[in-house]
Write a protein that binds this ligand. Sequence first.
Ligand code: CA
Length: 524
Amino acid sequence: MKIRQLLLAMIAAGSLSAAAADAPAKRPNILFIFADDHAWQAVSAYNESRHLNQTPNIDRLAKEGIRFDRCLVPNSICGPSRATVMTGKYNHLNGFYNNTNCKFDGSQQTFPKLLKAAGYQTAVVGKWHLESDPTGFDFWQILHGQGVYYNPGMNRNGENVKLDGYVTDLITDAALDWLKGRDKSKPFLMMCHHKAPHREWSPALRDLNWDNDRDYPPPDSLFDDYSGRGAAEKNQDMSIEKTMTPHDNKLVPMKGMTPDQEKVWNAYYEPRNEKFRAANLTGRDLVKWKYNRYMHDYLGCIKAVDDNVGRLLKYLDDEGIADNTIVVYSSDQGFFLGEHGWFDKRWIFEESARSPLLVRWPGVTKPGTVKKEIVSNLDFAETFLEAAGVPVPADMQGRSFVPLLKGETPADWRKSFYYQYYEYPTPHHVRPHYGVVTDRYKLVHFESFGAETDYWELFDLEKDPHEMKSVLDQPDYTTTQAGLTKELARLRAELKVPDHISPSAYGNVNPSAPDGGKKRRAAK
Ligand code: CA
């Protein structure tokens, strides 16, 4: 209404023709901010957070738009998740199963290509991690591989550039530079994709003392003994206790800093590390120390992400384009912040498979809305296309959640979601598994691999929200289990999941493993 009134006023003043005022609404710009490994537990807009940190700029999107409480990813790991975002397809169709031996086929259909063909200006800056060069963008500037936090090298439209400074600031600088120089007659897609807060969790040097040596509230399951669950949970290699390295714990300086930067880094960490070494901690005290150091570093990274989200939102305000720009904040998956004693992701469990998702679209999203429906980053491509008025290709496997943004829930919106993880055995030794997720339950199949036999688990999130005990085969759940088994088969057929997948889909398969992954489809 406001825009129309303004246009009418301009017509009255003779500065605009009546024809322009009658033109259809302008196609919205899309600012898609994507973090790497940002746990929803570390976004203060989420009520279930452990009050670990404050993210006022990211929270602004929830206040002025929609907070999605159940955004699930099909495969909780960086590259595969990004391939899903680009294609709107599961990894068995887009070909990017794992981070160890996959290269994204950039000739396939992606949503940026479709937006570009429809007249959008398209750009991606920051983390890419799909191994091949980006396609479908007017401009791209991406980190090499995982990228580094301090003074990162990047590739700008095919040319290597070395930058000085902190990665989250530099990615935002590049996004802002491109936005300032864009063709203002066209709508834009800007994908501002951060490295942070990915391992090895290195905050901006200005933020090192951000938390004043706070003790963080640990999750109840920090010392989980994995009883009530199977071998996969016990045999993983992603625990705060056993897996973290001296680099993870900042007991040695990070690579790539200048001597001046290293001085600042040492001035913060070294006195604290001295104290730690002198204390000679063991057992639970040592785990608690590592947990606190982890939270300091991880949440410190998020502080800079949040500050830089604020810079982008301010730009939209200052430029007067916030009203016609969809802003999306999400992460390529969730992350464990000590739950089950873990860091990292990969599992179908809630901390990992669920990502934060906040969307602001002025005039469409009602401020302060919360949505509990199951949505996914599988739906992002479809959603962006519908928002831009571009037809959604039939071979995409998600569904546009534009109706949900408008406050409507279609009667046939999904009630279940299919999940499948592949990468094994390295890194982190998380057994390949697949399963079905509903609002209340999860049925999971951990696959046979080498000498490890397959098994199933069933979780009731209403009675066991932290997924501590499988209720598989318990009499109370007979009907539920049968229903979920059927639903899992239905989803696998609908999504065209093949029964046999090449062992290479698992990445660095140990060739000495007796079956090399071939017998992975042991029937229940
Ligand atoms: Ca990630």
